[in-house]
Design a protein around this ligand. Sequence first.
Ligand code: ACO
Length: 432
Amino acid sequence: MTSNATVRLTLPGGVEVELPILEGTLGPKVVDIRRLYAATGMFTYDPGYTATASCRSAITYIDGEAGILLYRGYRIEELATKSDFLEVAYLLLNGELPTRQQKQQFVHDITYHTMLHEQIQFLFRGFRRDAHPMAVMIAVVGALSAFYHEDLDVEDAHHRLVATHRMIAKMPTIAAWAYKYSIGHPFIYPRNDLEYAANFLHMMFATPCEPYRVDPVLARALDRIFILHADHEQNASTSTVRLVGSTGASPYAAVAAGIASLWGPAHGGANEAVVNMLEQIGSVERIPEFIARAKDKNDPFRLMGFGHRVYKNYDPRAAVLKQSADEVLDLLGKKENKKLQIARELEKIALNDEYFQERKLFPNVDFYSGIILEAMGIPRHMFTAIFALARTVGWMAQWNEMILDPEQKIGRPRQLYTGPAERPFLPIDARG
Ligand code: ACO
């Protein structure tokens, strides 16, 4: 939305430029600087995009000060407790919650794309057994662009829809197979009679030797984790997917790049890092030592699962997961889980500490998710892969939105050049 308001910028030399102010439905207003360079010959400088809106989006809204997260206007807490992952996926992709009939059709569309091309098995088999599942996922998802290239026109709505269904449907199979390969087990094919999260657990834990019954409590807890991770507006991995997609590249290649971006410990890799950290802390008595290290500027150690670029309050996803951790561990008979005890105490101490209060550092989504996943028997190196699986919905929703945006252009930031000015080439013997 455009408001009539403008901002006037006076540059050295008295040149004035008037820039429009744009207003969304919620959140800060935005100064539209698109004319700035043409009018003044100047760029803006914003490493890490801390003050830059890269696009218009109607999918997800975060109020970081208040600790609110909305998917298409619905509170994350409500969706996590009242909805299910595929319903939320439909919402993120289409803008509205599905009717019963729309949901049935969507579930069918996703379910019937869960198998991988048989040839893809050989890609997995090319990896070392100890390859990190994220490395495998980047490769396999990137390779999907080779399997579905000829028939993919990103300007065609039906092609985009099929690519979206394929991506969401195949991701659990790819993630589970990365795990199966790492432990030397046979790949387990998807089962279309199971729901999305239950099918993933089946492909992770079933073997051909004996029947495997998916525990509905675990399936529900995992489904909730998927919902909480489904989208988070223009984070690093989503911006990566948009940037790659902005060139007209295959969505499979764009999502492969998104997975790569998610892998880092400052982003999705933090869930794995949190559990490693809790293990390293080892006991409640040692918490003060690690709090001191986190505050020491000469020590690179940071409290993993704490702090967020946007949230300056409790991450609402962490609040849902904190409660979920209690419930799941209780149901699994693991109530006395040591890592959960350390995490709870660590949170209490940090939230009462001036350093964390001043900087508004609160637990983020990764703080409790790893504890739940570990209690479910999911190995640590799969945590970020599960995050990627769930975030695929957001990536595809944002990719589709970008393609349909008439203002969309190839993503191409500018720079403040600090290298040498032009100079003559010196022959090798003349170089001192
Ligand atoms: N532990 C200790 N100090 C911290 C932490 C932390 N986890 N996070 C931030 N700080 C401090 C910084 O040292 C800095 O202090 P200073 O002002 O005295 O220099 C201040 O808080 C601001 O931190 P920045 O790094 O500038 O904040 P930024 O927005 O760039 O970083 C980030 C956010 C990357 C999430 C950071 O908080 C962090 O590294 N957290 C730990 C990793 C993590 O949990 N990542 C998951 C994020 S959620 C997600 O991606 C799903």
